[in-house]
Design a binder for this molecule. Sequence first.
Ligand code: TMP
Length: 211
Amino acid sequence: MKGKFIVFEGIDGSGKTTQINQLSKWLIGTDIIPENNQLVITREPGGTKLGQSIRSLLLDNSIEKSPDSITELLLYAADRSQHINEIIRPALNKGNWVISDRFCGSTIAYQGYGRKLDIKLIKDLEMIATQGISPDITFLLDIPVEESIKRRINIKDDRIEKEGRDFLLNVSLGFQALSEDRKWKKISAINSKENIMSEIQSEIKKLIQYK
Ligand code: TMP
């Protein structure tokens, strides 16, 4: 079977990592993906070696002078371009599956709705960076902003998370709008982990017409 490209989006604390881990165990445990090496779990920013350096530049709080908004946008685009060329396209070409924690939607939500950068500019950069590759399915793990703040109370904020409640509210609005526009699967992430996983599994089964 040809591989699929699956993306998880959502505000910080929405439980993407947990669900990605569960989903990969389930995919390997069924006959959907026969071999471990046919599944690539990755993330943005930081899915490649170069991307890991870009990630530190983007998220490190200790950097003396933060990048301005356009520089930030270009760094996310650079990370994505490398990610597409080094990891995502080669894996899909081999017929492997790819699950990415965040992709283009995050840039529209955070830099577009959060930082208020021009959405058209962001979409143009998306086209340059992705070179025609788009997810087969995107899950939006949806939690209220208050819940996100509550869940992260004991976790040190990175540079973007530090922006605070109003910023996060705008980002969340961005994700809601994208989920409508791009026909994402929106899943309420305040349900139990098991319920969330079973919704995800049933969407994947639909995607590949698995009996
Ligand atoms: P995460 O890996 O913990 O989800 O953190 C990545 C952070 O980077 C998160 O706060 C969202 C932010 N981000 C953007 O602002 N724009 C983007 O395009 C991406 C991929 C992430």
